[in-house]
Design a protein around this ligand. Structure first.
Ligand SMILES: *Cc1c(COP(=O)(O)O)cnc(C)c1O
Length: 358
């Protein structure tokens, strides 16, 4: 089977072997050694000296933690949304009782820093701005560095920048410290080549100050609690030990390569995927200036149904691609983050040519 969805992504064989190991005591020395290494290695990819907390949940739990730990009911929040995951971040903030202003970017496009700055000047001040690094639903990557600079200039020294980097980090660089972003969230089943079940969250000193003021209810996702335990390489409750085995094994190789080599690898595989689709005459959904290097969205030719193409790929070729969430358009998405080769994509191109008669 060729699993080409944007998460969960395929596991390399050595990660599968690691995940299959016997359980250990999560309060014992073997666990503490592993947890300490995973935390240190994650900081290499968050490009931060901030605290990194590892939560047992999917990525959405990390997004919820970002909101619940830094904000209070009634706080004004600017949510920059370019698709369904941006909408999810806004919905979480609303569920927790913040006053959310949505800056909705047309689907397929990236956020414009000048437009975000203008929204802050005209409708602010805001306690926090919510960003998506890589909008998986539309295959668009934001320029987080430029956005963060614009937000800081317009919003001031205390505005919190909370970033959903779930489908980007590990494959698309994000320099938490150099770009001065406050909370960055990612998930184990995306570019990390590990099973689902872990959310990893970095927290800046500014975000910890906000945590002290925060009046949101929190318990399982209390980051202060997570940090207290993380200081002795433990977690408040039983963690996802099997996913940690997998993440530990994949990070072992990832840190040897480093963030720039992995980003370059994803630039190449992203370009390869786009070129293969363009070569067969398909057009791409996203704005070419902001193509994602972890997922690609292709428009199907007039009259073709995405549901039918996806089912033909699955039943005829064992290839699993993803549907689009863009209303009214027949678009399919191909994931290419983590454990993926050009040969994996060649298989998709060959099958699509046959199915579409191209
Ligand atoms: C996958 C994804 C999520 C949701 O993560 P879950 O692990 O399914 O909770 C959120 N944001 C983005 C950008 C994603 O790609």
């Amino acid at each position: 089977m060729n699993l080409r969805i944007p998460g969960p992504t395929p596991l390399p064989p050595e990660v599968i072997a690691a995940v299959g190991q016997q359980m250990i005591n999560h309060r014992g020395p073997e666990f503490e050694a592993m947890f300490g290494e995973v935390t240190a290695w994650l900081k290499v990819f968050f490009e931060t000296e901030n605290d990194v907390c590892i939560l047992t949940s999917s990525g959405t739990g990390g997004m919820e933690a970002a909101i619940a730990n830094t904000l209070s009911p009634g706080d004004k929040v600017l949510s920059v949304t370019m698709g369904s995951f941006g909408d999810r971040f806004a919905e979480i903030a609303e569920a927790y009782g913040t006053a959310v202003t949505r800056l909705a970017i047309p689907m397929g496009r990236a956020a414009d820093p000048a437009q975000v700055a203008a929204a802050i000047r005209e409708q602010g001040p805001f306690a926090a701005v919510l960003l998506t690094q890589n909008e998986t639903s539309t295959a668009v990557t934001n320029d987080v560095e430029a956005l963060a600079r614009a937000i800081r200039e317009a919003g001031g020294e205390e505005v919190l920048i909370l970033v959903d980097a779930i489908s980007g980090l590990g494959a698309i660089r994000l320099q938490a410290d150099a770009w001065d972003v406050d909370v960055v969230v990612t998930g184990s089943q995306k570019a990390w080549m590990a099973p689902p079940g872990l959310a990893m969250v970095s927290v800046s000193p500014r975000a910890w100050r906000a945590y002290e003021r925060s009046r949101m209810p929190k318990f399982y996702f209390d980051l202060g609690d997570a940090l207290k335990y993380a200081r002795r390489n433990q977690t408040p409750a039983t963690p996802n030990v099997a996913a940690l085995y997998g993440l530990h094994r994949s990070l072992q190789d990832m840190v040897v390569a480093g963030p720039e080599a992995l980003a370059e690898r994803h630039r190449r595989i992203g370009a390869y995927c786009r070129q293969g689709l363009l070569d067969m005459g398909l057009s791409l959904f996203a704005d070419p200036a902001h193509y994602s290097n972890t997922v690609t969205a292709a428009n199907l030719p007039e009259g073709r149904s995405a549901a039918k193409v996806l089912s033909d790929l699955r039943t005829g070729y064992g290839i699993i691609c993803a549907a689009s969430k863009v209303p009214g358009l027949e678009v399919i998405r191909i994931g290419h983050m983590g454990y993926v080769s050009e040969a994996d994509l060649d298989e998709v191109f060959g099958a699509l040519r046959e199915i579409l008669g191209l």
